[in-house]
Write a protein that binds this ligand. Structure first.
Ligand SMILES: Cc1cc2nc3c(=O)[nH]c(=O)nc-3n(C[C@H](O)[C@H](O)[C@H](O)COP(=O)(O)O)c2cc1C
Length: 238
């Protein structure tokens, strides 16, 4: 448990440090106390799962002709260090991946869009959901996953983890035997264990090494992100 808390604190510290330089441009970044880390332990992968070598591989199998889906969650409105945005940071990265791989795109939307469009309020709601282990409902039907062998799954890092709505998706969506590739956008926390929590949620899937893109780069420098994504995809053999 100590190790888990240390890892989470390190992630949050990194995020807080990254936030320092830009606080004047937007609301301060989320601050997480040790108490809130402890309280939020429940919805996360078990300690055993985190301590195990994650079942993460570096390459997609040679069947790169398989059908590919990019599934993502992303928010518009006021976001960290980018002002008020009309296309979410993760949505931008998702589109770049889909364009480069010829994949289909699917955006996970909340059934009841209770998420505020101001950054501070949104961070409060995200933290509250994490503390409660909430499973916010998504809107509509997810795509027919039968059609896909390889699924990129992306989201913004929220408080060092996937937004809780993604756990709603994971828990309601059997994906046995598929290849899953996580990606995040973030403000300093990187991939934040997205790959490990995905491996814990889907022990019967192949989890491929993920990609973390700074949200500010996605929003302000998509050409640079396109280069990074292309090179990552080529390392994966896609
Ligand atoms: C509720 C909330 C919590 C966040 N927590 C973190 C965090 O723990 N670490 C981090 O690096 N960024 C964090 N951020 C910043 C977002 O991950 C980042 O701005 C992301 O690019 C937003 O992507 P989107 O526009 O696709 O939603 C948080 C943002 C929100 C709204």
């Amino acid at each position: 448990m100590k190790k888990t808390i240390s890892v989470l604190l390190a992630v949050v510290l990194l995020f807080s440090l990254a936030a320092c330089g830009s606080a004047a441009q937007t609301q301060p970044a989320p601050q997480q106390t040790q108490e809130s880390v402890t309280e939020t332990a429940e919805p996360h992968p078990t300690e055993e799962a985190l301590e195990q070598e994650p079942a993460v591989t570096a390459e997609v199998s040679e069947e790169s002709g398989s059908e590919i889906l990019v599934l993502f969650f992303s928010r518009t409105g006021e976001q960290y260090d980018v002002g008020v945005i009309e296309k979410g940071n993760t949505a931008i990265v998702a589109e770049i991946i889909a364009e480069a791989t010829g994949a289909d795109l699917y955006e996970v939307l909340p059934a009841d869009d209770h998420y505020p469009t101001t950054y501070k309020e949104l961070t409060d709601v995200g933290l509250q959901e994490q503390r409660e282990g909430a499973r916010p409902a998504y809107a509509g039907e997810l795509p027919d996953f039968e059609n896909y062998d390889t699924i990129f799954i992306g989201a913004p890092v929220w408080w060092g983890d996937w937004p809780m709505i993604m756990y709603t998706v994971f828990e309601s969506t059997p994906l046995s035997g598929k290849t899953l590739i996580p990606f995040s956008t973030h403000a300093g926390s990187g991939l934040s264990g997205f790959d490990r929590s995905l491996a814990a949620a889907y022990p019967e899937c192949t989890i491929v090494e993920g990609l973390a893109i700074a949200g500010t780069d996605a929003q302000n420098n998509p050409d640079k992100v396109r280069v990074t994504v292309t090179s990552w995809l080529s390392e994966l053999g896609l």
